[in-house]
Design a protein around this ligand. Structure first.
Ligand code: NAD
Ligand code: ZN
Length: 702
C-alpha cells in the first residue's frame, strides 16, 4: 500500500428507525398488534437477524371452558421467524399457570425440567410449542416485552467494554446481566434484577442480546428500535475514521468469484459424511473487510458469541491460506484437521448423557481476499449460516471498537449445541427428501422435458441449474420454480451448448452458486426433418452441433466436478436420447444419426466414468408432444407430412395408436426415468438405456 492510499474506514452499523404506521395499527386487534410489531421488527434486517428474537404480549382472553376473563401470554413459539410469522406462530399460555410453575423450580439444574411444564400451561389447545425463552416473558411483570439480537446490541453484549458502554449510552436506564444460557433460571435472574432495579427500561444480556418492555405495542416497538439506534450510533462514533480489525492485510482479489467457483467443488469433495453439502459463497463488504484484515486469524479462532450465531456456524470457522488454494493435499488436510479439532472439542466437553457427536465438517470457510463460503446439507441452511457469520463479523467489529471481543465459553457453547432438548427436536425432524444435498444441471431446462425433469429433481430436494440458450424462457421457468420450491434451490444460466465458453460458465455458476455438481442431465435439443437429398450441410451441422457436440461439451465440462464426488457415492449423467437414436427414421437422417452418436458417446463415457464413480445412462423418449416446444414448430408439420396426416389432433392420435401401449408419452414420464437414473435408486446401473415411448418394438435395445 503506498502512502497515499486512503485507509478504508470501518463499515458502519445500520441505524434503524421506526416504521410504525398508525393508520394500519388502528384497525388491528391486540393480538394482531403484537403480530404487526413482530413482523416490523423481524423483517427489518437492521433490527435483527433471521428468526432473531421473540416478542410477547399479555392479553385478556375469554376462557373457552369457563367463559371467565383470563390473562394469556402470547409469545412467539418455538422455531420460525418473527419477520414472516403469522398469528399461528404464537404460543398462547395461561399467565397465572406460568407464574405458578415456580413451585416446581428449585435451582439452575431444573432448567430442562421446567421446559416440560410449559405445554401444561397451554391456552385454547394451541398446538404451537412454547419456546425456551417463554419464562423471560412470563416472569417480567410488563404487558409488552421484546427480546432481540441485533448486531449493534450483541456487539456491546460481547465486548469487554460492553458494560461500561451500556452505562455511557443509557446511564442506568438499561441494566446488565452476566451471560446465562436461556432458560427458566435466566428468567428468574431477570425478574429479580428488575425488581431490585425498578428504574430500568430494559436489560442487556451479556453475550446474547437485549430484553425491553413498554405499556403498549407501539411504545414497545419504538423503544426497541430506539435502543438499537442508540447502540448503532454509539458504535459508529467509535468506529469513525479508523479501519476495522486493525486495518487491511490482504486486498480483495479481483478474481475472487472465479477462485470461489474453482475452490468450492474441491472443498465439497473433501467433506465426506452422510450427505453431500451445499455451498454458499459471499464476497460482500463485511466478509471481505474481515477476511482481509490484520486481526482476522486471531478473531476467527475465537468463534462466535450469540447462541443464535453459534448454533448456525459451529464452534469456529475454518480459515485457509489464499496462496495454497490450488493444493488439493493442503485442502484435504485442512478439512481433516478441522474434523479432528471438532472431535477433540466434543471429547473435552461432552457429558455423561450427551448425544453422539454430529457432523464434524466445517460450516464456515474463510479465505483472505476471496470471502466467505458456508456449507450445509441444504442450500437455505448454508445461506443462513453465511448470513449469521456476517452478523458475527459485525459483532466482532463493534465489540473490538470498544474493548475486546469475548466469544462464547467453549463448555457453554457445547452445552447449547448438544442440549438434550435440541437433540430431541432434531430427532423429531422428518427424514430429508432423497435428493437433498444433490446438485443437478439440466441443459435445455426451459423446454418441455428439461423443465419437467428439473421439477422432478427439485421436488425431491435437489438444487438445480437450468441451462438454456433461450434467456427469456429460462428465466420464466426459473422464477416459477423459485415460487414453487424456494428461491434458494434454483438458478438459471443462459447457455448455448454449442459454445464452449458459455458451457464452462454454466458449470462455473453451478460450482459458485451451489458448490459443485452431482447430476448432469444433457437434454438441450432440436429436431429437424429432411430427405437425404435436401439435407444441407448447414442442417446436418446444426444437428451434430447441438445433439452430438453439445452433449460432448457439457459432459466434458461437468466431468471434473462429477469426479470430485467419488468418495461420496459418485455422480450421474443422464442423456436424453431419442427413439430415433436406436430405430431408423425416414426423412430425419441428420437428427437420428446425431442422436445415435450421442447414445454411443454415453456408452463410451460410462466406460470412462466408472473408475471415477460416474454413471452414464440414457433415456430415449418418443413422441412427447404435449409440453414440448420441438412439437410447436416445423417438426410437427414435417412429421405430419412424412406420415401423411394433418398436424393437429390427428398427429397425437397417430402417435398414440403407433405405440404398443396406445398411450401418450408426457414430459413427466421422461422425468420419472431421468429421476431413477439420476438418483441412488440406480446406483448399480451404468451404460444403460431406458425407452420411455409407450412401447416401440423397433426401438427395443439389444
Ligand atoms: N419431444 C419429443 O418427442 C422428443 C422425442 C425424442 C427425443 N427428444 C429429445 O428431448 C430433448 C428435449 O426436447 P423437448 O421435447 O423438451 O423440446 P423443447 O424444445 O421443449 O426443449 C428443448 C430446449 O432446449 C433448448 N435448446 C435448444 N438448443 C439449444 C442449445 N444449442 N443450447 C442450449 N439450449 C438449447 C431450447 O431452447 C429448449 O428450451 C431433446 O434433446 C430432444 O431431442 C424429444
Ligand atoms: Zn435470545
Amino acid at each position: 500500500m503506498n502512502a497515499h492510499t486512503p485507509i478504508a474506514a470501518a463499515l458502519p452499523f445500520a441505524v434503524p428507525s421506526s416504521r410504525w404506521d398508525d393508520v394500519i395499527a388502528a384497525s388491528l386487534s391486540p393480538a394482531e398488534l403484537l403480530l404487526y410489531r413482530s413482523n416490523l421488527l423481524g423483517s427489518d434486517l437492521t433490527v435483527t437477524n433471521f428468526g432473531g428474537g421473540n416478542t410477547s404480549a399479555k392479553l385478556e382472553e375469554l376462557d373457552p371452558l369457563t367463559g371467565a376473563k383470563v390473562e394469556v401470554l402470547w409469545v412467539k413459539g418455538s422455531g420460525g421467524d418473527i419477520g414472516s410469522m403469522k398469528l399461528d406462530g404464537f404460543a398462547t399460555l395461561y399467565q397465572a399457570k406460568l407464574l405458578g410453575l415456580e413451585a416446581h423450580y428449585s435451582g439452575p439444574d431444573d432448567d430442562d425440567k421446567m421446559v416440560g411444564f410449559l405445554p401444561h400451561c397451554t391456552f385454547n389447545l394451541n398446538g404451537r410449542a412454547a419456546s425456551i425463552d417463554t419464562p423471560l416473558h412470563s416472569l417480567l411483570p410488563f404487558a409488552h416485552v421484546d427480546h432481540v439480537h441485533p448486531d449493534a446490541i450483541i456487539a456491546l453484549a460481547a465486548s469487554s467494554g460492553g458494560q461500561a458502554a451500556t452505562q455511557e449510552i443509557w446511564g442506568g436506564r438499561i441494566g446488565w446481566l452476566p451471560w446465562k444460557r436461556p432458560g427458566y433460571t435466566l428468567g428468574v435472574m431477570l425478574r429479580d434484577y428488575v425488581k431490585a432495579n425498578p428504574q430500568v427500561e430494559g436489560v442487556m444480556l451479556a453475550g446474547h442480546g437485549i430484553i425491553c418492555w413498554a405499556d403498549s405495542a407501539k411504545a414497545c416497538y419504538e423503544h426497541t428500535v430506539k435502543l438499537i439506534a442508540d447502540a448503532a450510533n454509539y458504535l459508529n462514533r467509535k468506529l469513525a475514521g479508523k479501519p476495522a480489525f486493525a486495518g487491511q492485510a490482504i486486498a480483495a482479489n479481483p478474481d475472487r468469484t472465479v477462485i470461489a467457483a474453482d475452490l468450492m467443488p474441491r472443498l465439497r469433495g473433501f467433506m465426506t459424511g452422510a450427505r453431500q453439502k451445499l455451498g454458499h459463497f459471499s464476497d460482500d463488504a463485511e466478509a471481505l473487510e474481515f477476511v482481509g484484515s490484520v486481526d482476522f486469524e486471531r478473531l476467527a479462532a475465537l468463534g462466535t458469541s450469540c447462541p443464535d450465531h453459534f448454533l448456525r456456524t459451529k464452534i469456529a470457522p475454518l480459515t485457509l491460506d489464499p496462496t495454497r488454494l490450488q493444493d488439493d493435499a493442503y485442502l484435504e488436510e485442512k478439512i481433516a484437521d478441522y474434523r479432528k479439532l471438532y472431535a477433540a472439542y466434543y471429547g473435552r466437553c461432552k457429558r455423561a448423557n450427551s448425544p453422539a457427536m454430529r457432523d464434524s465438517n466445517p460450516v464456515v470457510v474463510l479465505v483472505p481476499g476471496v470471502g466467505r463460503i458456508t456449507f450445509a446439507t441444504d442450500k437455505t441452511t448454508a445461506r443462513l449460516a453465511g448470513e449469521f457469520y456476517g452478523n458475527a463479523i459485525n459483532v466482532m467489529r463493534g465489540a473490538e471498537a470498544i474493548g475486546e471481543y469475548i466469544a462464547l465459553d467453549e463448555q457453554e457453547a457445547f452445552d447449547i449445541e448438544y442440549w438434550l432438548l435440541e437433540e430431541a427436536k432434531l430427532q423429531r425432524m422428518p427424514a430429508p427428501k432423497p435428493l437433498v444435498g444433490k446438485i443437478a444441471l439440466v441443459t435445455g431446462g426451459a423446454g418441455g422435458i428439461g423443465a419437467a425433469t428439473a421439477a422432478r429433481l427439485l421436488r425431491d430436494g435437489a438444487c438445480v441449474v437450468l441451462a438454456d440458450r433461450d434467456a427469456a424462457a429460462v428465466e420464466e421457468v426459473r422464477s416459477g420454480f423459485a415460487r414453487q420450491f424456494g428461491k434458494d434451490v434454483v438458478r438459471a444460466a443462459v447457455c448455448d451448448v454449442t459454445d464452449e465458453a458459455q458451457v464452462q460458465a454454466a458449470f462455473d455458476l453451478a460450482a459458485r452458486e451451489f458448490g459443485g455438481l452431482d447430476i448432469l442431465v444433457a437434454n438441450a435439443g432440436i429436431a429437424s426433418s429432411a430427405p437425404l437429398e435436401e439435407t444441407t450441410i448447414e442442417l446436418w451441422n446444426r444437428n451434430y452441433d447441438v445433439l452430438a457436440q453439445g452433449y460432448f461439451l457439457t459432459s466434458r465440462a461437468a466431468w471434473p466436478l462429477l469426479k470430485r464426488m467419488k468418495a461420496q457415492g459418485g455422480a450421474s449423467v443422464v442423456f436424453i436420447g431419442s427413439k430415433n437414436g436406436v430405430a431408423a427414421a425416414t426423412n430425419a437422417s441428420a437428427y437420428a444419426s446425431a442422436k445415435a452418436a450421442a447414445n454411443h458417446l454415453a456408452r463410451c463415457l460410462a466406460l470412462e466414468g466408472a473408475p471415477h464413480g460416474i454413471r452414464v445412462n440414457v433415456v430415449n423418449p418418443d413422441a412427447v408432444i404435449k409440453g414440448s416446444r420441438i412439437w410447436d414448430g416445423d417438426w410437427r408439420k414435417e412429421r405430419a407430412g412424412a406420415h401423411g396426416i394433418d398436424s393437429g389432433k390427428e398427429l397425437e392420435e397417430h402417435y398414440r395408436q403407433r405405440s404398443m401401449l396406445k398411450r401418450d408419452v408426457l414430459p413427466e414420464d421422461i422425468a420419472e426415468a431421468v429421476y431413477f437414473l439420476a438418483s441412488d435408486m440406480s446406483a448399480k446401473s451404468t451404460g444403460n438405456m431406458i425407452n420411455v415411448d409407450a412401447g416401440n418394438a423397433q426401438a427395443f435395445t439389444r
